[in-house]
Write a protein that binds this ligand. Structure first.
Ligand SMILES: [Mg+2]
Length: 272
């Protein structure tokens, strides 16, 4: 049975592209959906680059995309904290883009406590909240600063909780590794994540699409983030086999996605 779907939310890494190459079916599949006037959004848990950069990359790969059609975990975190906790001073384990994104939402980012020796029990002065993100510049100074702030009661947020980030040839540690380390050593628990599978990112996506969840489909390669997020929101779901999940993984699920497809190229045939 074909479902009446008018809006699509696509994961990026492992679904639309991997590294610098579009995945099979992606360019043609998304083009076919747009030709039928379907609304399309792209979501990424990666907080490493501004939305404009992802839009430019998609456009370069043959999928013309505007900045407004891309939602990242960094954008959602800034958007949400600016509305709920605008007065806090944030210490960020993250890369330059995330700091800029949070500042662009009017949030105060505490500078690195560079004058303090990271080998000491440093004083996390002026830190009200710790934000953890994918950070390829993570070092002992950052870990210790966040640790001391959390021990003193700082709030505890994250852009995303992915354990590892897929790369051509394998994967590298992502924010989940840092979150788990901090939870382990402080006994604290993360309070909120902005990215998938959080309802925060789904809500921003559905607001952008201006459609009810049941008229939308979530398409992604990861079952515990992309598919779970779509299911929790009441969207139709399709897992692509272009990334981290296999048919065997799907077979072990209590609540499998509505569709399993080799790639995005099959999506237009599934819907009305
Ligand atoms: Mg993915």
């Amino acid at each position: 049975m074909k479902r009446p779907i008018d809006g699509f939310v696509f994961d990026l890494d492992g679904t639309v592209y991997l590294g610098e190459a579009a995945l099979p079916g992606a360019v043609a599949g998304i083009k076919a959906l747009r030709q039928r006037n379907k609304r399309v959004l792209f979501v990424s848990n990666k907080p490493l680059e501004p939305r404009q950069a992802y839009a430019a990359k998609l456009t370069r790969l043959g999928i013309p995309t505007r900045e407004a059609e891309v939602i990242t975990s960094a954008f959602v975190l800034g958007h949400h904290l600016a509305r709920t906790e605008p007065e806090l001073n944030y210490y960020v384990i993250g890369e330059e883009n995330l700091l800029a994104e949070l500042r662009s939402h009017g949030l105060k980012v505490v500078p690195e406590l560079l004058e303090q020796d990271p080998k000491d029990v440093i004083e996390p002065e002026g830190i009200d909240a710790v934000v953890v993100a994918f950070d390829r510049t993570l070092d002992y100074r950052k870990l210790n600063t966040a640790y001391q702030a959390l021990l003193q009661g700082a709030r505890f947020f994250a852009t995303n909780a992915d354990k590892a980030c897929p790369m051509p040839g394998g994967s590298i540690p992502d924010a989940g590794a840092t979150i788990t380390a901090l939870e382990h050593i402080t006994g604290r628990s993360l309070e909120m994540i902005a990215g998938k599978p959080s309802s925060l990112i789904t809500q921003v996506a559905l607001d952008r699409l201006e459609l009810p969840a049941e008229r939308c489909m979530m398409v992604g390669d990861r079952l515990e983030t992309d598919i779970l997020m779509g299911q929790q929101a009441g969207m139709a779901t399709a897992v692509t086999l272009t990334g981290v999940s296999s048919r065997e993984d799907v077979a072990t699920m209590d609540t499998p996605p509505d569709y399993v497809v080799e790639n995005i190229g099959e999506i237009p045939d599934l819907i009305e």
